[in-house]
Structure formats: structure tokens, C-alpha cells
Design a protein around this ligand. Structure first.
Ligand code: FUL
Length: 704
């Protein structure tokens, strides 16, 4: 009898033990981080003096009177974001130029000094009301760097900055994000001194105190910064995380001072995170819908298309990160139609792809279920739409298999997996096989699952039986979701390239019925010229091309803006024995560079450094272009320039000068438009300052 009771107790306690949830693995997300993961996609909205000056960073000396968004419509902007499937918006309440778009008491440099609504307007309030009306979340970004404030660099400014945050975080409802940019210190207006203010970004702002204040005022807001504390910057402004991307992170280079001389390491570090890292610090992928963060008419043709946005979605949200897409209202205070259409097209695509999970009615058979308790931990949890219910295995089983019987041949091209991240990021790698033509065939693999993992297949797969194998994990698993989706097949937009001699080629990766193109800026249709072979376009211009199929379906449009052809151009510098390859700056190949970086990093660079070009004949020039290095390294990137022109290559006249703002984080081709066209045969690009390194690196210079 005693024996029976004893064994009975043992049996009961064994079951209870087996049914206890798995122990958490590694560090865990906080409640606010879980909410942030669930948000997945939001927008960041830049509007301010730069919208009117056509810049990316204001100097701080702009007159608030230039800001007058006569048709400002927060609902139009927030509504367009919502149509794109975004769940929230982060409003830039103050950018580096210092102009506050709410009526702050902390500085005179604010919206009340603009003619908009006779100085009675409050843009942040209007966004708050629009968000409430449309069921969107709101977050705020108030730039710590302030190129207007006379006290920037001293402790007094930090007090002002905190007072600004206090106004914002108490006056505009509850916020889902507190966004803090990493660009800090440098030259600026600073109340008229027009000098350079260097700060130590690790100590100057007293972030611990500021974050403490934010936690008190907005406990639900996830704080974004270069390295957290809640969300990390992914390390690029291109909108993608690494193909492996861990939500956990052990930063090796937490601040400028300790940053490795080679910017490359840092780039990859944040992009990938750290397996079983020290902090739960997931990545945000920020990227503007247009090339720049602020509105520029010249970029109207460069709005990312729905399929380009979809690519970014797979590369960010599909890798467990969040996507933060930059929107730029125009001078009227509205989103341009190009942007509205792109957002709507993207939102429609997401709905089309992800509203039906083709694995919904499947029969799942797992090689192991925790404590054999299917009701709690069985694979049925994978399709119950609860992000946190999960299939789990016994503590000793970290490499289980799952068979999926779809019941009938099913065609799909996207696989979705999610872990219950409340128990940590546990799975390291998976393989998915399909039973096709009588044999098992691997159709997809992935490392890092986390909050969300999308595996986009190259081809449609049709199968009724699948197999998922967890091939590596840090502990028994807690997989919460298995989804299969079908992205519609579409024609891929053509590519447009031009060679050194100015000859344009249009290509596709697969055959299509026809490609049509235009040179007048209009959208190509079936009546536009058929592309029949390469054609010369030495004078540059806008080329648009589109692929068509026999059934009437068409691709998206590809647009390429080309400058004057560089055929016949010569570099004038002929310095004997100098290693640097000047010619790479005018070879129309963005991958090759003219570099003067010196191997010995102890050597200092001397500036300016210059390159002069003889175009061979007099040309009419409307703009200069500079393409910085495109290899993800930052040394040698120019951020201050002078462009000169000359009739004889001997005496030079300044045609344009200024700064390339935000070029370190967003190294796009820079287009410097002249106030009026000039005729010139010679031009000189003079680099006055670089973002780092002891020389200059130039991928291309050109003219339009
Ligand atoms: C950057 C800023 O310097 C840009 O101007 C922009 O605001 C972007 C979102 O963050 O670091």
C-alpha cells in the first residue's frame, strides 16, 4: 500500500514536472519590448525647415517664417501610413536644426514664429488627434543635437532638452516610442556663434537620468537609440537586417570612443546581433520611402515601389526586426501622390499575401511533445493565431522534427516561423523539406527565428507533405507559429544601365513579351517605344522602362536619372608616383574608387583634397553629383565640399559649396543643384572635410 502511494506520488509529480513550461533561455524581452515586436511596422515623419531649404540637415540659422504648410493634413499622412499596413508613426518634433514644431516654452525657435495658422498651430497635437482618430500609435523624436541652441555643449542645454522632452511626453497622450538619434555635435549656428561644438556623447547628455525621466512619464514607450536601451539601430539606413539577426546583443563598440577604426565591424555587428547575447536589444531597420528623410521635389521619381517595400519587409520584419519607414510630407504639409500610391500598393500586397495561412487545416505530427501534453504544448498551437501559445519539447530535446500534412497539394512560396520570445530566443537553425516527386527535398533553411521569421522561396513549391527540422537550438524549443503563404507571381521590373560611352541598355532577368520605355518622364505603356536594343544617351535625362506580358500584365516602372556621359572626360591631376587612381572617380562604376586614404592610421589627412576634370568640351551644367563609397565603410566620405568651374582649367570660380548632411548614415548619391545652369568645360570637386579617416574616397563625380 505504502509502495503504491509512493509510486502514485512520483507519477503525479513527474507529470507536473514535465508539464511545467520550459525554463527561459538567456535574456528575455520586457513587456514594452514585446509590444514593440508585435508592432512590427511604423513610420517616422520628417517635416521642418529642411522641407523648404531642400536640405537633409538644417544649420540652425533658418528663419521659422519659411515654414508654412498651408494644407497640412495630419490625417492624410497618418492615413496613408495606415493604408500601408503600418501601426504607428514617430513624429520628428525637433530635428538637428532646432526648430520645434510644437509651441514649446523652452525656446523662441518654434512653430509660433511661423506664419502657419498665424503662429497658433501645433503640428504635434494635430498628429496626436489624427492618430487617435485612425487607431494608430504615436511616438516622438526630439533631436538631442540642436544646431540652433546657443547653449548646446553646456549643461544648461541638457536641462533645456529634458524640459522639451517633458513638454512632449506630458502633453500628447501615451507614446509607443521615444526615438533618439545618434548624430551629435559638430558645427552649427548656435545662437549666432557659428562654431563647432564637440561633445562626449557617452557622458554629455546624462542619458541615464533622461531615460529614468522617460520611464516615469511614458512607461509604455520603447526607447530607441544607437545601442538601446530597448531597441538598437540596425546599423544602416537601408532598411535591412542581417540574414541572421538575433534580438539579443552584446555590443562590442557601445560608443564612438571605443569604436574600432574600421567602421565595417560595427556595421555588421548591429546588423546581426549576438546569439545568446547579454541584452534583449532587437534591431529597428529605418529607411526613408524616398532617398532622403526630408521632402525634395527632385526625388519625386525615386519613391520606393510596393515591391521594393515588400523586399525590405522580408529583410526587416521577416528577420525579427521592426521596419521604420521614413515619410516626408511636402511643403504644403501633405504626402505627395507618389508616396500615397506606393504605401497603398504595399499595404494591399501585404494583405494579399498574408491574410490566408495555407497551413491552417494541416495535420501536424511532432517527434516530441513536452510531457506528451498535446493540449498544452502540442503542435496544434502553431496555427492558433496566438503569438505566445507554443509547441514545446522535453528539456532534453532541442532538435525535434515536425511533419506537416496539408491534406492536398498546396502551392506556396513563403514560410513563416515564430518563437514564443517570452521564453527567449532559443532556436538557432531550421531546415524545411517538401515531399516532391517522390522524394524529400530541402526547400528552405534559416538561422535565427525569434519574434518572426519569413523564408521567401525563389520558386513556388507545390506539395502536400512537409517536414520541419530544428537543426540547432540552445535549449528545448518553444515554437509558436508555422505559416505558409503565396506571394503572387509578378513580372520583375527591368534594369537600366549606361556604359562609359553613354549607351543605355535595358534588361530583364527572365524573358518577357516586350519592354517599353520613355525619355520624357511619362509612364511607359504599350504604345511607348519598344526597347529593341541599346541606344545612345550621352546628354543624360530620365529613362523609364516597364516589362509587359502577352496577357496584359506589366511590371513596376524602373526610373533612372542619368547625368552627362563621361565619355571623353579626363582627370587633370597627373602626380607622378601617386598611387591613388583618380580615373575611378569618372569611370561610371560605383564600385571602384579614387582613394587617398593612407595605410598608416596615425597619419593625418590634409584638406582640402581635390580632383579636377576636363570634360573635353563646354557643357551646360545644372547640378553636380558625388557618389560616396558604397562598400559600407565610412572613412574618406566627404561631408563638406566646394565645386568650382573654369573656362581654361587655370582660374577657378566657386559654383557651389556646402555640407553633405547625414551622408555617413545614408551614403546616397548627392545631387547639388545650381541656382542657374552654367556653361563650363572644366570643374573641380574640392573636399574640405571628411566624416572620418585620413584621406578621401570618391566612387564617382559627375554633372547633370
Ligand atoms: C539620422 C538623422 O541624422 C537623419 O537626419 C534622420 O533624422 C534619420 C532618421 O536619423 O541619424
Amino acid at each position: 500500500m505504502i509502495r503504491k502511494i509512493f509510486f502514485g506520488l512520483l507519477f503525479v509529480s513527474e507529470i507536473a514536472c514535465a508539464q511545467a513550461p520550459p525554463k527561459p533561455f538567456g535574456v528575455l524581452p520586457t513587456k514594452r519590448q514585446l509590444v514593440w515586436h508585435e508592432t512590427e511596422m511604423y513610420c517616422i515623419i520628417h517635416f521642418g525647415v529642411d522641407t523648404y531649404t531642400d536640405k537633409e540637415w538644417g544649420y540652425g540659422d533658418e528663419d521659422p517664417k519659411i515654414l508654412n504648410p498651408v494644407n497640412f493634413d495630419a490625417s492624410q499622412i497618418v492615413g496613408a501610413a495606415k493604408a500601408g499596413g503600418f501601426k504607428g508613426v514617430v513624429i520628428v518634433a525637433k530635428h538637428h536644426d532646432g526648430l520645434c514644431i510644437w509651441p514649446t516654452k523652452t525656446t523662441e525657435h518654434n512653430i509660433t514664429k511661423s506664419p502657419w495658422k498665424n503662429g497658433k498651430g501645433d503640428m504635434v497635437k494635430e498628429y496626436q488627434l489624427a492618430c487617435a482618430r485612425l487607431g494608430m500609435k504615436m511616438g516622438l523624436y526630439c533631436s538631442p543635437w540642436d544646431r540652433n541652441n546657443p547653449e548646446y555643449g553646456s549643461p544648461a542645454y541638457v536641462k533645456t532638452y529634458r524640459a522639451q522632452l517633458k513638454e512632449l511626453y506630458t502633453g500628447y497622450g501615451s507614446l509607443f516610442m521615444s526615438w533618439h538619434d545618434g548624430a551629435n555635435g559638430g558645427d552649427g549656428y548656435y545662437g549666432g556663434t557659428r562654431d563647432t561644438r564637440k561633445i562626449d556623447r557617452t557622458t554629455y547628455y546624462g542619458w541615464d537620468t533622461t531615460w529614468g525621466m522617460i520611464r516615469q512619464l511614458q512607461p509604455g514607450a520603447a526607447i530607441f537609440g544607437d545601442v538601446g536601451p530597448d531597441v538598437r539601430w540596425v546599423g544602416n539606413e537601408e532598411g535591412h537586417a542581417g540574414t541572421t539577426c538575433w534580438a539579443t546583443y552584446t555590443p562590442q563598440a557601445p560608443d564612438e570612443g571605443k569604436k574600432p577604426a574600421n567602421g565595417y565591424n560595427k556595421y555588421w555587428e548591429a546588423t546581426e546581433g549576438t546569439w545568446n547575447g547579454q541584452y534583449w536589444l532587437p534591431a529597428e531597420c529605418d529607411v526613408p520611402l524616398r532617398p532622403g528623410w526630408f521632402y525634395h521635389t527632385s526625388q519625386d521619381e525615386q519613391v520606393k515601389s510596393p515591391y521594393q517595400l515588400l523586399d525590405l519587409y522580408y529583410q526587416s520584419v521577416g528577420r525579427g526586426a521592426d521596419l521604420d519607414l521614413g515619410l516626408a510630407p511636402n511643403r504644403e504639409g501633405r504626402l505627395d501622390q507618389h508616396d500615397v500610391d506606393a504605401l497603398k500598393g504595399f499595404g494591399d500586397l501585404l494583405k494579399e499575401i498574408f491574410s490566408v495561412n495555407l497551413a491552417q487545416g494541416a495535420t501536424f505530427t511532432a517527434s516530441n511533445v513536452r510531457g506528451k501534453n498535446k493540449a498544452l504544448y502540442g503542435p496544434g498551437m502553431l496555427v492558433d493565431k496566438d503569438r505566445y501559445s507554443y509547441w514545446s519539447t522535453d528539456d532534453s530535446v532541442s532538435r525535434p522534427q515536425l511533419s506537416i500534412d496539408l491534406g492536398k497539394p498546396t502551392t506556396f512560396n513563403v514560410i513563416r516561423l515564430r518563437e514564443n520570445i517570452k521564453l527567449g530566443q532559443r532556436i538557432k537553425a531550421v531546415t524545411i523539406e517538401a515531399f516532391v516527386d517522390g522524394a524529400w527535398k530541402t526547400i528552405g533553411t534559416a538561422t535565427s527565428i525569434g519574434a518572426n521569421r519569413l523564408i521567401r522561396l525563389q520558386q513556388n513549391v507545390t506539395a502536400s507533405k512537409l517536414r520541419l527540422s530544428v537543426t540547432d537550438a540552445g535549449a528545448c524549443i518553444a515554437l509558436s507559429d508555422f505559416g505558409l503563404f503565396k506571394e503572387p507571381v509578378h513580372l520583375v521590373a527591368p534594369t537600366i544601365t549606361r556604359d562609359k560611352e553613354g549607351v543605355v541598355s535595358v534588361g530583364t532577368i527572365s524573358p518577357v513579351a516586350s519592354i517599353h520605355y520613355t525619355l520624357d518622364g511619362s509612364e511607359p505603356g504599350l504604345k511607348s517605344p519598344v526597347y529593341a536594343g541599346a541606344f545612345p544617351l550621352a546628354g543624360g535625362g530620365i529613362v523609364k522602362a516597364k516589362s509587359f506580358e502577352g496577357d496584359g500584365s506589366a511590371s513596376e516602372v524602373t526610373t533612372k536619372e542619368l547625368g552627362l556621359s563621361k565619355g571623353g572626360w579626363k582627370v587633370m591631376e597627373q602626380i607622378a608616383g601617386v598611387r591613388s587612381r583618380y580615373g575611378n572617380a569618372i569611370d561610371d562604376d560605383g564600385r571602384t574608387v579614387w582613394s587617398t586614404l593612407q595605410r598608416d592610421s596615425a597619419l593625418e589627412g590634409r584638406f582640402p583634397q581635390e580632383i579636377s576634370i576636363d570634360m573635353g568640351k563646354v557643357q551646360t551644367v545644372k547640378a553636380f553629383t558625388y557618389l560616396p563609397r558604397q562598400d559600407k565603410r565610412t572613412e574618406g566620405i566627404a561631408d563638406q565640399y566646394v565645386f568650382y568651374i573654369s573656362d581654361d582649367g587655370v582660374s577657378w570660380k566657386v559654383a557651389a559649396e556646402g555640407e553633405f548632411s547625414n551622408i555617413k548614415s545614408n551614403p546616397l548619391e548627392q545631387v547639388v543643384a545650381l541656382s542657374r545652369p552654367v556653361n563650363t568645360r572644366y570643374f573641380k570637386f574640392s573636399i574640405q572635410h571628411v566624416v572620418g579617416g585620413n584621406g578621401v574616397v570618391v566612387a564617382e563625380v559627375g554633372v547633370r
